[in-house]
Design a binder for this molecule. Structure first.
Ligand code: IPM
Ligand code: MG
Length: 361
């Protein structure tokens, strides 16, 4: 099979973890006789430096042409005080929007080998296996009006959280489809005791549920969900929620997995003019400037995102399973990065990538 993949390493540890993810992808292609066509593009702070834009037109074009895009991370501390429109993060929001990838799938599971890496008690986290389905192209991230007006001391800032029925319907269907192939439970997270967007959310999700009679639906308020995630994470199978709630809850979910460096994600749902699906694959973690360039970031979130790409964009289930098995073997070997607090000396980013390749064979 021909795999045309755009790689956007981005900023900070994005470049390091993406290098290992590409190493693994290359190994898979060789081992299973696929032809890999890689292109590379600019996104985020590095793109602002080189072109003045967080998502250059060239990157948008490359992403539209590729079968799938692998992204590292965006964000640089020098932009900490810049307005949202001029920040590296805007590049990521831009590429999600142009690809139309409205569903961000963030699996959260605990690996046996990592049970002690979580700060939570073992009996609480053991056996956790959920997938957070985050709406990715709507809500307060994109709503207008937005901005800051006025001069001190009268400045005024506004953001808009908006959802239409169609946006809720399609993400709900994604969640129910996933749940029907898993433990058949959807937890829909909202704040319907306060927000109108959440009231519409709850109504539409309830309607969609009628089409999936074998799947159980519960509605849960976001504050309670945040608590239940650490009190009783095993109760969750598929969690579906709007953009910002999903952003926040998935970082919390990282605590269950042992480290945010472990979490992969797949952003899917968009279609190209040809009708083909597009996918954007990115680890959940950020650019981590504090450890960038030191060869110590955990590449497993990025490598797990490669597995997700093989599965969702290319339907290569055996290859995806091989990557997941190899990751598990590396975790069991204990040769992991410092964030996972291995008993001995931690492995480097590169060593972990190489070990995954060796385990693939
Ligand atoms: C994420 C990140 C991004 C988001 C940032 C970098 C814009 O936190 O993917 O979770 O908020 O979506
Ligand atoms: Mg986030």
């Amino acid at each position: 099979m021909q795999l045309n993949i755009l790689v956007l390493p981005g900023d900070g540890i994005g470049t390091e973890v993406t290098r290992e993810a590409v190493r693994v992808l290359t190994r898979v292609a060789t081992r299973y006789n696929h032809t890999l066509n890689l292109s590379e593009g600019l996104l985020g702070g590095v793109a602002i430096h080189k072109t003045g834009q967080a998502m250059p037109d060239e990157t948008a074009r490359l992403a539209q042409d590729a079968d799938a895009t692998l992204m590292g991370a965006v964000g640089l501390p020098e932009f900490d005080n810049a307005p949202p429109a001029q920040r590296p993060e805007r590049g990521l929001l831009g590429i999600r929007a142009i690809l139309g990838v409205y569903a961000n799938l963030r699996p959260v599971r605990t690996y046996k080998a990592l049970i002690d890496s979580s700060p939570l008690k073992n009996h609480l986290v053991e056996g956790t296996d959920m997938i957070i389905v985050r709406e990715l192209t709507g809500g307060i991230y994109y709503g207008t009006p937005r901005g800051i007006t006025g001069e001190a001391p009268n400045e005024h800032a506004v953001n808009t959280m908006a959802y239409s029925r169609h946006e809720i319907d399609r993400i709900a269907r994604m969640a129910f489809e996933l749940a029907s192939k898993r433990r058949k439970k959807v937890s829909s997270v909202d704040k319907s005791n306060v927000l109108e967007t959440s009231q519409l959310w709850r109504k539409v999700v309830t309607e969609v549920a009628a089409d999936y009679p074998t799947v159980e639906l519960e509605h849960i308020l976001v504050d309670n969900c945040a608590m239940q995630l650490v009190l009783n994470p095993r109760r969750f199978d598929v969690v579906v929620t709007e953009n910002m709630f999903g952003d926040i809850l998935s970082d919390e979910g990282a605590v269950l997995a042992g480290s945010i460096g472990m979490l992969p994600s797949a952003s899917i749902g968009g279609k190209r003019p040809s009708g083909a699906w597009v996918g954007l694959y990115e680890p959940v973690h950020g650019s981590a400037p504090d450890i960038a360039g030191q060869n110590k970031a955990n590449p497993l979130g990025a490598i797990g995102s490669v597995a997700a790409m093989l599965e969702y964009s290319f339907g290569l289930m055996e290859e995806a399973a091989a990557v997941n098995r190899a990751m598990e073997a590396v975790l069991n070997s204990g040769r992991v990065t410092a964030d996972l607090k291995p008993p001995g000396a931690p492995a480097t980013t590169e060593q972990v990538g190489q070990s995954v390749c060796e385990a693939i064979g």
